[in-house]
Ligand binder design. Structure first.
Ligand code: ZN
Length: 83
């Protein structure tokens, strides 16, 4: 969990108007790229408590959810699939 007061460049990626109050820092274990994923803290807690992320937080992109779940970014995940 990581709070970034200067966070401002991903709001446009949110297709739905979700008022997020938490920025989750996630690093890809394959390429090391760090991403910041906006979520509602309440949703994040539900997910960490064991609920399905698609159910508690449908608003991050598929790639963002994949990174949260598997610690592998969408680009690296695609590479793995291709092999
Ligand atoms: Zn990666």
């Amino acid at each position: 969990m990581f709070r970034n007061p200067n966070w401002n460049h991903s709001a446009k990626q949110l297709e739905q108007a979700v008022e997020t109050d938490l920025v989750v820092k996630a690093m890809c274990l394959v390429c090391g790229e760090v991403s910041f994923i906006e979520m509602l803290e309440a949703d994040w807690r539900r997910w960490r408590a064991g609920e399905n992320i698609q159910d508690v937080a449908p608003y991050p992109t598929v790639g963002e959810r994949e990174l949260l779940i598997s610690d592998v970014c969408s680009e690296c995940f695609d590479d793995v699939i291709d092999e």
